[in-house]
Design a binder for this molecule. Structure first.
Ligand code: LMR
Length: 398
């Protein structure tokens, strides 16, 4: 049976990290997968995580299954963090949260739920978007279409084109919006633009699915959720797919959540029964350890404070790398204006490098970035910056 198979293409993001691992060059640099590195090039285990793990080690009494929807304490903390504890949707008990294996797991559960239980047929994604969105949504049986996002310079939002394409979407379709730190462009709408987007989405009777994988990585925990709160002011039904991979540096623990905001408490609880049966048919119930860490940190004021300052340090370092990247390119004598990099948010920068230049970065300089030209700024350090910028200069001059 298997002999008839042709190899599937490598994943456009994780496939690059696989190739990177095999690259024998001592100077290789991986700026492909969105993983944060500290100034020494290591992905840190946060101190608040170590402290929580110590507590869990001392107090955990069993390794039984979690419920289908995951850890209860975790499910309570997540929406408070995403939306703000005092938000009316929480006061009115209009949310339900299920723990999922990472943000990708949340997207897949959401897509299965929409496609199988609500008969949603289409999902609209920004052009460009995270390389795995299409894959996940199509696997759940949704037809994937795209709406305009970036302007022709590749450095800012084309807001009129965005609104125009949203205005073409048929009622009843779902639309995937990035809450903050748009992946791959790093270009986010302003608050005023969020309001307008929310109005068009409401007038067109679309269902917003908010992908929120980078809370606290852009401007701050509260600041990064401002767009989401604008949407909540206008929409009584909404889905949020969130992740603690980046902001807790818990990548391999696969800690995510799907939060559903419904019109009423009863509607939310009924939707939960469907989400749970979707999960049961998929992976049965989620893994425990990562969610237990997050729940432990968020339940303890001191650990939460420690987490917030460790998160702020990651955010500040990324912004510092943005500044240094733009500065070093100038110092290298690169004529193209890269100052837009300092105005983008989050881990990624959309560099504008062509697929050929991206290939040359890899084949001639062992620098790995995503084929679209997306660079993981969070993987840059003061010590690899010179090599990165010299290589970019070389490929621009080819
Ligand atoms: C990324 O965009 O690089 C990350 O979200 C990791 C992934 O799963 O693609």
């Amino acid at each position: 049976m298997f002999k008839s198979l042709q190899p599937a293409p490598p994943d456009p993001i994780l496939g690059l990290t696989e190739s990177f691992k095999k690259d024998p060059s001592p100077d290789k640099i991986n700026l492909s997968t969105g993983v944060y590195k500290d100034e020494r090039g290591n992905t840190p285990v946060l101190n608040c995580v170590k402290a929580a793990e110590q507590r869990l080690f001392e107090t955990e009494e069993e390794k039984g299954y979690l419920g289908i929807d995951g850890l209860t304490e975790y499910a309570q903390s997540v929406p408070e963090l995403l939306i703000g504890r005092d938000h009316e949707v929480l006061q009115q008990n209009r949310t339900v949260t299920v723990q999922t294996p990472g943000g990708t797991g949340a997207l897949r559960v959401a897509a299965d739920f929409l496609s199988q239980r609500l008969s949603v047929r289409r999902m609209w994604i920004s052009q460009p978007t995270w390389a795995n969105h299409t894959n996940v949504f199509q696997a759940a049986g949704l037809q994937v279409e795209s709406y305009a996002y970036m302007d022709s310079t590749g450095t800012s939002l084309d807001f009129p084109a965005l609104l125009e394409s949203l205005n073409q979407i048929p009622a009843g379709d779902a639309i995937c919006l990035h809450a903050a730190c748009h992946n791959p462009t790093g270009i986010d709408p302003t608050l005023e633009q969020w309001r307008e987007i929310g109005e068009v989405v409401r007038n067109r009777e679309l269902l917003p699915l908010v992908d929120f994988a980078y809370q606290g990585i852009g401007r701050g925990l509260v600041e990064d959720s401002a767009g989401l709160r604008e949407l909540l002011a206008l929409h009584r039904n909404l889905l949020i797919c969130s992740s603690f991979s980046k902001n807790f540096s818990l990548y391999g623990e696969r800690v995510g959540a799907l939060t559903l905001v419904a019109d009423s408490e009863v509607a939310a609880q009924t939707a939960l029964t469907h989400v749970k049966s979707t999960i049961r048919a998929n992976y049965s119930n989620p893994p425990k350890h990562g969610a237990a860490i997050v729940a432990c940190v968020l339940a303890d004021a001191e650990l939460t404070g420690q987490w917030e300052s460790e998160l702020a340090a990651m955010r500040d370092r990324i912004n510092e790398m943005r500044r240094l990247f733009a500065e070093t390119l100038i110092a290298e004598g690169v004529e193209r204006d890269f100052s837009f990099v300092t105005r983008q948010q989050g881990m990624f920068s959309f560099s504008g490098l062509t697929p050929i230049q991206v290939d040359e970065l890899r084949s001639k300089h062992s620098i790995y970035i995503v084929g679209s030209g997306r660079i993981n700024v969070a993987g840059m350090t003061a010590s690899n910056m010179g090599h990165i910028c010299a290589a970019i200069k070389a490929v621009l001059n080819e």
